[in-house]
Design a protein around this ligand. Sequence first.
Ligand code: SF4
Ligand code: SF4
Ligand code: FES
Length: 589
Amino acid sequence: MAEADKVKLTIDGVEVEAPRGSMVLEAALDAGIFVPHYCFHRALSVAGNCRMCMVEVWPRGRDGKPMGPPRKPSIACATEVADGMVVKTKSAMAHEARQGVLEFLLINHPLDCPVCDQAGECDLQDFSFQFGRGESRFREEKAIKGAKDFGPEVRFYGNRCINCTRCVRFTQEIAGSSDLVQVHRGGRNVIDLADGAVFDHPLSGNVVDLCPVGALVSRDFLHKSRVWHLDRTDSVCPHCSTGCNIEVHTQDEVVQRIKPRHNPHVNGYWICDRGRLGYHHVHADDRLTAARRNLGPEHEGEVSVRLSFQEAIAEAGAAIERAGERAYAIANAWLTNEELFALQTLWPTDRIGLIARPPGEEQRFYPKWGDAERNPSLPRQHERGKLYEDGATFVIEADRNPNRTGALRILGEQACSEQRLDAILSAALAGEVETLLVFSGMPDYHPPEVLTGALARVANVIVVDLFDGPLARAASLVLPGAAVFEKRGTFTNGRGRTQRIDMARPTPGQARTELEILFALGRALGRPLPSGSPKRLFELLVEQNEAFAGLRWADTHHVAPAWSPHMAAARKGLPVLASPCAGKGGSSA
Ligand code: SF4
Ligand code: SF4
Ligand code: FES
């Protein structure tokens, strides 16, 4: 940033540099000085309605020097930084202002913490703990605003709403749908669906993350877990080639929910609902957990024999060895770069094909602003939420696979072409394939009949899959594979960014990651892989494949900044909540 684009100001005695035009709140947060706030969000227009971010901004005299404390506090989210500005965020004036704001916010707020899903990561809890009065002076009847489902993913608890309008602004400025509106005035003020709207927008779940309190909650996560019991693992969504950065939240090795992880180069603050809900397959009833040999129709009654992992690998190795040049492999676009590299190391690429989930519709989202001519600040506000050059705020890619780009870079265009797959299947139908190793394991993948038909003509079909579906049933040997959230490695998204996935839970039963299976197969074939470690294989890939040249393992993991105390605590594995009632004679929520 050029010097002219920066301003220098002092916040709590610390000299801080901030981009010209930015707000005091952003400058403070960037400098690691936390100022409590509700309605402000970096990707949304500034509303300035919650008044929680009150700070002292000292007025300056004609000489530009600060003149001393102001007569009243200002909101940091709507006060633009200026050279020489002096800001105090922790003064008695700021503290008293926040206390007053909180008292008003809590007037109608129910004592829902014990049953509220937001408890433990709720800004109202946290700020009440820091600035609350400890007792209420409100003796009148509380306003009752009811609860209802806004859509398939989002439930609204009106009594908990603090009317920050983040959700309303999100639907206008990011989703471009204007599905949510604010209705009524004063104490009756409430969020509602726009006339005739159903909140089934593909990005609807983001309002749950945006809501600073427990007014908008996920129906999928409703009363499933207390958030302080959750373990968090950084990963990447596999459901399309956007490659959104996510956190996988697990409790006792069960995935409970998916949350977005901020990455300004990929997904901003958001994920789509497909990615958010796309984890249930991990715990599907038909999940494969044991290796087996399927028996042919000549074996009456018995359909399969259970094998140990070692037995299955030995049988697979022998079948591959026997077939020689009549052994083929079919990879998929959900394998990690390291798994694809391992396969390429073990197998001639001219005998590898690729399957993938068929493309869907590309969805691009743009803001739905009001009249730009009447509101000259709109272009600047749009800058805050814009993620793509064309002004799009979010994109769901048509390619429903996370790593087609990685497959293209590692296996090459020919191996990933439809012609190659057709050629392998034609050879299988003609009886020219003796052993076929198929990696499936893609949720919602329905193998075409031509594939299952071709498998029926191959003597040894070794299928590595997540589910006991048509491919596993057509196999002679079945090895249970791993879901994306059970492995480590990297994916390369549709725009060429290589990003790390991490293991959020172990594989169930005998299931193994595809890398572990390939590593064991390499040994069985007498051609051991140089390493079984995803990190080491990634380093070798970088050395050997110029499409990955210069990449470092450490750079594949984007660490999102933590802007709030509970986010920072959660990242460090600390308890996310200091009880709002602690020290006030109440029991902890
Ligand atoms: S529902 Fe949540 S995000 Fe929407 S206005 Fe109320 S508190 Fe804010
Ligand atoms: S846009 Fe794609 S990568 Fe992002 S959350 Fe949705 S499905 Fe996952
Ligand atoms: S965050 Fe500043 S007024 Fe709401």
